[in-house]
Write a protein that binds this ligand. Structure first.
Ligand code: NAD
Length: 368
């Protein structure tokens, strides 16, 4: 079966890092027998400029028909004044919703050559390899009521609603446990069961999914605030952290900082498997469209390239290829190649194309 990947470059540096990643994907097609076809479509500000909408139906339909989506980034100051339904970010939100992408995977991997880039001491982050699994479509960002009302005394009252059902917690817990089985076999579930009833239910449901279906995985429960503290104190204690939408938003950004550069961080968003085993999947760098450096050829393509490694691993079960690519990136960093965002004294400063060339050269050397 030929795999179908949809490329959505988007805005700013999105097209630059996605072009680089497409070159790497092409290497896997040519050199590793990966039977894959690609198509591309407009999303975000680019789609708004061409078609008047940031989330064209044709793009959504192509994404649904694809086995995986590789996404660049959307947004930029040019579209700041638009109404919410026309903003570039709407394109990404619509994709998440229409593809049912409820599980957001954010690895924080500290490459040996970059331990000095972290704000923490090298011995705390060296060898770090953790994965945050964040629930992406429920919780307080979506719960109703969500409103600001006027009180009789003239004050205003704002309400957001934190809401989770058993089913929503079960499905994200399953994703986390299944991933832990492919890693070091440990899951820490973070909530606030000491002060929130949604946290009480979260803890109960995660525990019961574990006991019924994943007794071989080591499960611990941790309060989200304590988890935030432990992430900067002793992050290497964690393997997989599973948490809700709000806490996941915060904890994954905190974990990102442990690794030093936003230009190095990949992510995946996965949906539920249907009866045929098909699963919505979108892979994207954590960073945004970086308008400040767009068009200069200096963007770090590694976050997007590492998102391709996640795609090979999770959508196509090509674990060997994913490892090969991650090792090639590690090697290139070890050889001293650095884009401006991760530049260190004594290293070789390169742009997007030269960094991609170096990755492809390292792949060639490893595959020879
Ligand atoms: P950003 O991630 O785009 O940039 C933050 C800083 O990091 C900038 O200085 C930028 O130059 C640098 N940076 C980011 N990626 C880099 C890379 N690959 N190589 C080198 N340097 C890199 O975040 P921002 O500036 O807050 O947002 C810019 C725009 O991106 C906004 O419109 C925002 O809404 C959008 N955004 C989109 C996404 C997405 O598409 N998923 C995510 C975050 C932000």
């Amino acid at each position: 079966m030929t795999a179908k990947i949809l490329l959505l470059p988007g805005d700013g540096i999105g097209p630059e890092v996605l072009d680089a990643t497409a070159r790497v994907l092409d290497w896997f097609r040519r050199k590793r027998g990966f039977a894959v076809t690609t198509d591309s479509a407009l999303i975000g500000g680019a789609a708004y400029e061409a078609l008047g909408t940031p989330d064209p139906q044709a793009t959504i339909d192509k994404a649904k028909a694809a086995d995986a989506v590789l996404f660049g980034a959307v947004g930029g100051p040019r579209w700041d004044g638009l109404s919410f339904d026309k903003k570039p970010e709407r394109g990404l939100l619509r994709l998440r919703k229409d593809l049912g992408l409820f599980a957001n995977l954010r690895p924080a991997l500290c490459f040996g050559a970059l331990t000095d880039a972290s704000s923490l001491r090298p011995e705390i982050v060296s060898g770090l390899d953790l994965l945050i699994v964040r629930e992406l479509t429920g919780g307080v960002y979506f719960g109703e009521p969500k409103e600001i009302t006027e009180l009789p005394d003239g004050q205003k009252r704002a309400v957001d609603t934190q809401v989770y059902t058993t089913g929503e917690i079960e499905r994200i817990a399953r994703v986390a446990f299944a991933l832990a089985r492919l890693r070091a076999g440990r899951v820490a579930s973070a909530e606030k069961s000491n002060v929130m009833v949604s946290g009480v239910l979260w803890r109960q449901v995660v525990q019961s999914v574990h006991d019924r279906e994943f007794p071989d995985v080591a499960l611990s429960h941790i309060l989200a605030d304590s988890c935030a503290m432990q992430l900067v104190k002793n992050p290497k204690q964690f393997d997989v952290i599973v948490t809700d939408n709000l806490f996941g938003d915060i904890l994954s950004d905190e974990a990102a900082e442990l690794t030093g550069s936003i230009g190095m961080l990949p992510s995946a968003s996965l949906g539920a498997k249907d009866a045929q085993g098909r699963q919505g999947a979108l892979y994207e760098p954590v960073h945004g469209s970086a308008p400040d450096i767009a068009g200069q050829g200096i963007a770090n393509p590694l976050a997007c390239i590492l998102s391709l490694a996640m795609c090979l691993r999770y959508s196509f079960a090509r674990v060997d290829d994913a490892v090969l690519l991650e090792k090639a990136v590690e090697e290139v960093l070890g050889q001293g190649y650095r884009t401006a965002d991760i530049m260190q004294p004594g290293m070789t400063k390169v742009g997007t194309t030269a960094m991609t060339d170096a990755v492809i050269k390292a792949l060639d050397a490893r595959a020879a």
